[in-house]
Ligand binder design. Structure first.
Ligand SMILES: Cc1cc2nc3c(=O)[nH]c(=O)nc-3n(C[C@H](O)[C@H](O)[C@H](O)COP(=O)(O)OP(=O)(O)OC[C@H]3O[C@@H](n4cnc5c(N)ncnc54)[C@H](O)[C@@H]3O)c2cc1C
Length: 308
């Protein structure tokens, strides 16, 4: 593991050029509740490389006695990770900012601290951004990658960069998918999000997602689909609730089934690029069903958060 350098005056220097995985000193700049169990933290990270939607970072906390704990968190917003962050003190240029969204696990070591105790102004260390496969938009050169040498792309499919996008998140797994929703521009391919949560109070980003879906359907309705490349990209958001459904919801509470998955995701015949994220068991079951439903393995990208 590489470390950031501590000078003789005790000041931590930014990571050395050329070491993308050095620890970077960062500051929490805001903390916003998503639900009673989850918070979005915005971190200002001087020297961070621009991040891509779908990537994650490692966060390191250090106690007064020197004990450290490291955990990985997906980025739920990468839009200010490039040049658009707030100006740095002393006019040194914009400071990159990223957002992570953390769910409190009651018996956990790190997540209760991040959700209940961490405050704006607190220091934290960041390593990353990390990941090159579970990212959207995908990179242009992927068709030549090792994965595609073994598993060819499906016949008649649009290249990954222009394929429609299906996002599927279980619980906190919606975090990197939110970064993808937020990263889409007007020329993005159609995107559909299926989010599985326990109950209505566990929905993350619900107001923003509802608003984005409403705005996209209003734009689609108001614009004739005649000007190629000008149509606003549609966004459709579906929620399923495993324990308690909202009042008046058509679907009763219960775990997602294979038949529902088939109805709620873009069909395999459209060759969507599918991103699945959540706890190990959720990702394993959903990815297996997708392949059974005819989705090409090269088009199903997964990120596992751990847990059962
Ligand atoms: C690539 C990656 C990205 C991640 N992104 C996010 C994110 O965006 N938001 C987020 O909240 N978490 C995310 N996680 C999970 C996160 O890294 C921690 O595992 C989680 O916050 C628990 O840490 P803890 O110290 O509180 O619990 P620990 O003290 O590590 O563990 C406490 C208990 O919880 C169990 N457990 C650990 N992880 C999970 C889990 N994910 N689900 C259910 N039970 C678990 C352990 O088995 C243990 O029994 C991500 C994990 C990975 C690998």
């Amino acid at each position: 593991m590489s470390e950031s350098a501590v000078g003789a005056d005790g000041v931590v220097e930014p990571h050395p050029a050329g070491d993308p995985y050095a620890w970077l000193p960062a500051t929490i700049v805001s903390s916003v509740a998503q639900t009673s169990r989850a918070r979005s933290l915005t971190l200002a990270v001087p020297g961070l490389r621009p991040a891509r939607a779908g990537q994650h970072v490692d966060l390191r906390l250090t106690a007064d006695d020197g004990y450290t704990a490291v955990r990985s968190y997906s980025l739920s917003d990468v839009r200010a990770s490039g040049a658009s962050g707030a100006p740095a003190a002393g006019g040194a240029g914009p400071v990159p900012q990223i957002e992570v969204t953390v769910e409190r696990l009651d018996d956990g070591e790190v997540s209760p601290y991040l959700v209940d105790a961490a405050e704006p102004g607190d220091p934290i260390e960041v390593r990353g951004p990390i990941g090159g496969w579970f990212v959207w938009p995908p990179t242009e050169f992927e068709p030549d990658s090792a994965v595609h040498a073994v598993l060819p792309e499906p016949d008649g499919a649009a290249p990954p960069t222009s394929a429609p996008v299906q996002l599927i998140g279980g619980g906190s797994g919606v975090a990197p998918l939110m970064a993808m929703v937020r990263a889409r521009g007007r020329d993005a391919p159609p995107m559909r999000l299926l989010a599985s949560v326990r109950d209505p109070g566990s929905r993350w980003f619900v107001t923003e997602l509802d608003e984005a879906a409403r705005a996209s359907s209003a734009l689609v309705a108001s614009k004739p689909p005649s000007v190629a490349g000008e149509e606003p990209a549609p966004l459709v958001v579906d929620w399923v609730h495993s324990r308690t459904a909202p009042e008046g919801h058509d679907r009763r509470a219960g775990r997602l089934t294979r038949d529902e998955l088939e109805q709620l995701v873009l069909p395999a015949s459209e060759h969507p690029l599918v991103y699945v994220c959540g706890a190990n068991s959720f990702v394993a079951v959903v990815a297996g069903w997708l392949v059974e439903l005819g989705h090409a393995p090269t088009r199903v990208r997964t990120e596992r958060f751990g847990g059962v």
